[in-house]
Structures are given as C-alpha cells and as structure tokens.
Design a protein around this ligand. Sequence first.
Ligand SMILES: Nc1ncnc2c1ncn2[C@@H]1O[C@H](COP(=O)(O)OP(=O)(O)O)[C@@H](O)[C@H]1O
Ligand SMILES: [Mg+2]
Length: 225
Amino acid sequence: MIGFRQTAFGYDAATPILSGMDLTVNPGSFLFLTGASGAGKTTFLKLCQLSLRPTAGRMTLFGVDVASLDRAAVTRMRRRIGLVHQDCQFLDHLPIAENIALPRMVRGDDPSRWQADLDDLLEWVGLARRRDALPPELSSGERQRAALARAVIGSPELILADEPTGNVDWAMARHILHLLIELNRLGKTVLIATHDLNLIRAAREEVEVRLMRIERGTLVMGTAL
Ligand SMILES: Nc1ncnc2c1ncn2[C@@H]1O[C@H](COP(=O)(O)OP(=O)(O)O)[C@@H](O)[C@H]1O
Ligand SMILES: [Mg+2]
C-alpha cells in the first residue's frame, strides 16, 4: 500500500529532514508513528498523502511509483486516502455537517450519492444532533470526531491521523481510538502519528499494531514501548 525505498524529503532538498527511509505497509495494517515534537511526523504523513513529494529515493503508493503520477493521477490517488489533520482545519462559516461532506461536494458528487453516508457518519461519530453547529461552537472532542468523519466520507482505503487525540481527555482519546479500530476492522489501513504511548498500549490490547519511530531523521521500525 505504501512503499519507501531509501526515501528522503527536505523542505530544502539540499538538507533533508527525513532520509534513508525504508518501509512497506501492507493493506489492512494498523500502524503508529511516534517521535519527538519536530521529528517529522506531520511531514511523513504529508508524504504519504502526496501533499509533499520525496526529494530523493523511491516511493510507491497503491503499487504505483509516485514519481510517475501526473496531477490528475495524484488527485485520483488522494481520494483513496483520508487525512485527519492535527489542527482539524474547518471552514468556520459552514455547519459541521457541510464541512464533513465537503470532500464529496468538491469532487462534484451529487448529494443523493453521499447524503445517506453523511447521516450514517454523523451518527457513528456521535454528532447527529450537532450537525448544524458551526465548527467554533464544538468542543475539541467533537471537532476531532468531525475531522475523522470528514476523512472517511470518501470511503478511503488508507486513513492517516495526525495526533488525533492530542487535544482531548483520555476518555475521548479512547473513544476516537475505538472509531479508528472499527475502521481497521472494516479493512482500512490506519496510520496514526502520536506521542501518547498510553494510546498505543490501549490499541495493542485490541489489534495487532506495528510501531515506527522517527529518530535522527530516519524511520526506525518496531521500537519497544
Ligand atoms: N512548511 C515547512 N517549511 C519548512 N520547514 C518545515 C515546514 N513544516 C515543517 N517544517 C520543519 O520540519 C521539521 C519537522 O516538522 P513536523 O513534520 O511538523 O514534525 P512533527 O509533526 O514530528 O512535530 C521541523 O523542524 C519543522 O520546523
Ligand atoms: Mg506534527
């Protein structure tokens, strides 16, 4: 699903902040990415979502070398990926239900094709009664659940979550984790960046998790907790 071969990235290509990365992610896996603040977790997820491209080495996504993709192919591929941003990034003047549906609207999908999905998703994340609220009116837990719903409204195969429990209490963190585990049980590949080791321990009790860590600018696999 994701393949890195000596992959590197630098905002300034001459000085990569991530390099020598080797990784194979199999479909259906549940992965955690840890690393100190500033290590490059968000950057790594942006590479996986194709909003950044490697500056050296090879990267494949869904079996295709990303260097060969034109813009249209990138757009199609990004539809297969759901990203839960660290800071949620909603349009504050639109009701939360519309924010969640936005990826489908932007695609030009007719509402008849996603209205039922939206209703189901709002129910699933517990926001059915908050659907008309504006993003600034939501609690941080509600915002995170809305961000998750928006990431999955397009039925992605791969879900990337950037510190999805960074701003919520432990009970809400467990709740969000369970939603991600449910998605994994439905066959989705899930990759979560977090520095919350308790979250990883909790996940381990329920699913087989794979751990990665960014250390000294590269990816280290299977780090013990
Ligand atoms: N758009 C950018 N331009 C230049 N440097 C950036 C940019 N975004 C992040 N960085 C730098 O890249 C490094 C990794 O950042 P980031 O991926 O956000 O780390 P993390 O998510 O692990 O905290 C940091 O040193 C950060 O300052
Ligand atoms: Mg980050």
